[in-house]
Structure formats: C-alpha cells, structure tokens
Design a protein around this ligand. Structure first.
Ligand code: E4P
Length: 357
C-alpha cells in the first residue's frame, strides 16, 4: 500500500545522492543513507503508520495517516488537564445526560484528532454492547450521526466493535449502510475469517496481548521475535486475506516492542503507541519488508466459511483468544465506567446511566 505522508528523510536522501555519490561511490553512499533514515520512515515505505492514542498533541507531533482510540486511551486523554476543555464541551453538549456525554466526548476527541491526520479516526462503541448486535448497531449509528452533525463525513470514521459473533454481525449490517468498521479485540483466526466474510473495512489483530498471555503461561520474561505468537497470528491472518483476495484491511495493533512492529513491516496498516513511535523515529537502519501479497500467495491455504456454530466452536477451542477477548471487554468496560465517573463528577446534576439486564 503506498504511503503519501511527507517524508523529510527523503529530501536528505536526495541531497546525499547528489553530493556524495561522485565522491564515495554507490555502496558507501547506500550505507550512509541507510544510517540516516529513521526506522519509522523506513517502515512507512511498506505500511501505513497509524497513531494509537487519544493524546491529540502526540497525533499532531507524529502526523500519522490515521489514528485509533479505545476506551482506555480515551480515559487517559480525558484525565489529562490539557484536554479538559474538550471534556467540558462534551458534557455541555449532552445537556447533563451521561450516556450522551460519553458519545459526545468520543466524538469531540475524534474530531480534534481528525484535524491532524489526513485519513480516519477509530471510535469505539461501548463495550457493554459487545454481545448485542442491535444495541451495537444503534450506538454506531448514533456516533456517526454525531460526527456528521459537526461536519465530519462518515468516510473519515471507523466505528470500532469487539470481534464477538454479535459484533461481527453488527459490522456486517453497518457496512451495508456505508458505516465503516474496525474490528477490535481480535486474537484468533476464527474471528479474522468471520470478519472477512462479513465484509468489514478493517480488522485490528492484536500482537502484544497474545504475547502477554503466552509469556504468563510459560512463565518467561520474553519470547524471541522468531517465535512470537502475536506476530505469527497477524502473519497468518494477513496471508489468508491476501491469498483469498479479501478487501478488508489488516492493521496490526497492540505492540509491546519495536521488534514486533518491524516483523510485520508490509502489513496494510500498523497502529503504534507514541512511546514506540518515538523509539522507531530514534532508531536508524533498514526495515526489510516481511509481509507482502506475493509472499502470501506462495503457500495457499483453504478458505474457511464459518457459520455461528462453527465460529463459536473454533473460537472456544482457542483458550488464549477466549481469555483475552473476555478480559479485553472487561477492561474496556472498567475504563469506560471510570470515564463515566469523571463525567458525572464534572456535571454533578447528570442522571446515572441505566445498566443493561
Ligand atoms: C488498538 O486499536 C488497540 O486498542 C490497542 O492497540 C490495544 O493495545 P494494548 O494491548 O497495548 O492495550
């Protein structure tokens, strides 16, 4: 996938070509260029780089193609005094209603982020709706309605939904209405296969949380990059999508170290937290392409067609994915509740949010 982002290193590269080649010869010149290019810019030659944060200043600094948020990232941003005016604006806009304030807050942050990216922002639907197809779709439409009301086109928003069976059904419906979805909390091949069949715009297969789970199981401090189960999972999913010509974009997410990111160079998109963007920008050296449609097609695999029963069975067989999906929903929900508390504390007259069930 081409990367249209401006690349300052490219300009320096051109100058090096002009002045050093006659003096040093091509091999020395190539070595110099490789030392000058940051790993971040080298990575951008192969994958679209996305910022994984609610910190608007970080988005402005890193100038990524897209940006992704989630309830935990939004909580961190909303607690930051730099962004308090946005929180207050959302509360005022919602007229004291907490659920509306939560939506308004996500949209306020999303719209602000969009001022600094040429592409899209991902905004997550309430985790409490993870097992409710109808509820998820309605909430997604509401979020898009809010964005459109303030002049943001739906093309610039990805609604993030958990990759449960119900979430994937909701995404299928929403995509048919022109609402684009980013399927999150994706830890398994079964989830990826079902998302592709549902025709979703983008999936976010996680790396770091898979790595965390295996480290804990094996009681080890680290897993070498060549055996990293998170990297293996994204590679398998990417290859499957490219082998079968699915249009759904693959965006590797949830990274713990830069080696995991570099091992997936070539993935359609990679969403990266600011601390890792910083490390990539500080590092110098070549970034070889690891994933490509050509490599994917070299070892064909069979197409999977999953109905609800086979999806649930296959997913349940995967202990890691089952644990991580449940835990991920609980964690996002816990952080959303903390955010609600913050909203209530800033608007004491607001009524409590009705709980499901
Ligand atoms: C992005 O879309 C994900 O929500 C994010 O990468 C999760 O990262 P974490 O595992 O570091 O929380």
């Amino acid at each position: 996938m081409p990367n249209s982002l401006p690349c300052p290193d490219k300009e320096r590269k051109a100058l090096t070509f002009k002045f050093l080649t006659p003096l040093l010869g091509a091999p020395a010149e190539a070595a110099i260029i490789s030392r000058m290019t940051s790993r971040l810019d080298a990575l951008k030659e192969h994958s679209l780089v996305v910022a994984d944060t609610g910190d608007i200043d970080a988005v402005e600094r890193w100038k990524p193609q897209d940006a992704t948020t989630n309830p935990s990232l939004l909580l961190a941003a909303a607690e930051d005094p730099r962004f308090r005016p946005l929180v207050e604006r959302a509360i005022a806009e919602a007229g004291g209603e907490v659920a509306a304030a939560m939506d308004a807050l996500a949209v306020q942050f999303g719209a602000e982020i969009l001022k600094h990216v040429p592409g899209r922002v991902s905004t997550e639907v309430d985790a409490r709706l993870s097992f409710d197809t109808q509820g998820s779709s309605e909430r997604a439409r509401r979020l898009i309605g809010r964005y459109e009301k303030i002049g943001v086109e739906r093309e610039r928003v990805l609604v993030k939904l958990a990759s449960t069976w119900e979430g994937i059904r909701a995404a299928r419906m929403l995509e048919r209405e022109g609402i684009h979805c980013n399927m999150t909390l994706l830890f398994s091949f079964a989830q990826a296969a079902a998302c592709a069949d549902a025709g979703v715009t983008l999936i976010s297969p996680f790396v770091g949380r898979i790595y965390d789970w295996h480290k804990q199981q094996r009681k080890v401090e680290d897993i070498p990059i060549e055996e990293d189960p998170g990297v293996e999972s994204v590679t398998r999913i990417y290859n499957y999508y490219k082998q079968h010509g699915y249009a759904t974009q693959v965006m590797g997410a949830s990274f713990r170290k830069i080696e995991q990111i570099l091992a997936l160079a070539g993935c359609d998109l990679l969403t990266i937290a600011p601390d890792l963007l910083e490390k990539l920008a500080a590092g110098r050296g070549e970034v070889p392409r690891r994933l490509s449609p050509e490599k994917a097609k070299a070892s064909p695999t069979e197409k999977q067609r999953l109905d609800e029963t086979s999806f649930r069975w296959m997913f349940n067989e995967d202990a890691m994915a089952s644990d991580k999906l449940s835990e991920g929903i609980r964690r996002f929900d816990a952080d959303a509740r903390k955010l609600e508390k913050l909203v209530v504390s800033l608007a004491p007259a607001a009524p409590a949010v009705p709980q499901p069930g």
